[in-house]
Design a protein around this ligand. Structure first.
Ligand code: SAH
Length: 341
């Protein structure tokens, strides 16, 4: 498997998906290296070993990428004024093809004008900021539900509120776009090197990028159909016959707490000797060795592991038999949680 290039210094990994966080209150600057323990984050120097641990000031490893753009050495007021000036110089939302397409609400009307904002412009700006905060809060809530509940809870949540699913996906897209490489592209490249006759199951397929990028037959499973190819279901129970697929894929999709059940389902549908590909946020792994050991109990042999990226790990397994019953204590992934900033 090709080696993943390290992202340039200053780029941030972290869990996909923050939304509505573009104009948070500035935080105190941390000492150099203070964020380093954050899994998913780059060490200060590329050659420095990265600690996979918990960041001291957050519940989890996420570090929204906007933080990287924070100007150093300015007071809170100076930063606020500077941001305001920058906003006034930016083109209006949507004019560059990216702005306005992200998860946050569009920029307030009039923000492109250099003249002092009229009163109505100010209140519109305030309203837009409030809306953005509300979206951010909603995203954080949603994200927490997904990572701290079972896959069944996630299915219930999105069934009850499909709009929430779209909000989550806009946030996911926005974050992953900032990564040096999308994990799904690694899986696309992997599949293109293997016979197109292999049947694939994509657990948590999102917008079906994988299916759209390879010649293989791909069964796409997700909670809400972002594409007509999607079969809507909980990934812990997919409508496939036992031993019917050659490759099972979980690309940033191991979100539910019932990991053993979910991976057990992948084992059920995989043919003996079939491949399981897992791409997951690096910072989520508490103990990668314990995780790999637990996978043997679930009937999988590790074929290759690419731990070189600060953003995500890419693991390849082969099914060597059915999952053995009993708990697999090493099978733990940290949730990606965001604190209000
Ligand atoms: N694999 C895609 C999308 C990753 S986002 C990519 O890499 O681009 C994670 C996806 O997993 C989301 O689309 C989410 O809806 C889906 N997901 C989370 N829990 C799920 C569950 N219990 N059953 C099915 N899909 C689930």
């Amino acid at each position: 498997m090709p080696t993943q290039t390290r992202a340039p210094r200053g780029e941030r990994g972290g869990c996909p998906g923050p939304v509505g966080t573009a104009r948070r209150r500035p935080r105190k600057r941390k000492k150099a290296g203070g964020l380093r323990a954050a899994a998913g984050e780059l060490p200060a120097r590329p050659d420095e070993p990265r600690e996979v641990g918990k960041r001291p000031d957050t519940d989890g490893p996420a570090e929204p990428a906007e933080e990287a753009e924070k100007p150093a050495g300015l007071s809170r007021r100076q930063r606020r004024n500077r941001q305001k000036r920058q906003r006034q110089q930016e083109p209006p939302a949507g004019s560059d093809g990216e702005r306005g397409s992200g998860p946050g609400p569009p920029d307030p009307p009039g923000s492109a004008e250099a003249a002092p904002e009229p009163r109505s412009g100010r209140s519109a700006a305030l309203r837009a900021r409030m809306e953005e905060r509300l979206l951010g809060a909603r995203f954080r809530y949603l994200n927490q539900q997904l990572y701290t509940g079972s896959s069944r809870d996630a299915a219930r949540l999105f069934r009850a509120d499909p709009a929430a699913f779209h909000l989550y996906h806009r946030g996911f897209e926005r974050q992953v776009r900032r990564w040096p490489e999308r994990p799904v592209q690694r899986i696309v490249r992997y599949l293109r090197r293997r016979p197109a006759s292999l049947v694939v199951a994509d657990f948590g397929c999102g917008d079906c990028t994988l299916a759209a990028s390879v010649r293989n037959q791909v069964h796409c499973f997700d909670l809400v159909p972002l594409s007509p190819r999607v079969t809507v279901c909980d990934m812990a129970k997919v409508p496939l016959a036992a031993e019917s697929v050659d490759v099972a894929v979980f690309c940033l999709a191991l979100m539910g707490t019932n990991l053993q059940e979910i991976l057990g389902e992948a084992n059920r549908v995989l043919k003996l000797g079939g491949t399981l590909m897992v791409a997951e946020v690096a910072s989520r792994f508490e103990d990668i060795h314990a995780f790999l050991k637990a996978m043997t109990q679930l009937g999988f042999r590790t074929v290759s592991k690419d731990l070189s990226s600060s953003y995500f790990y890419l693991l390849e397994f082969a099914k060597k038999g059915p999952a053995r019953p009993g708990p697999a204590p090493g099978l733990r992934l940290r949730p990606c949680l965001y604190k209000r900033r």
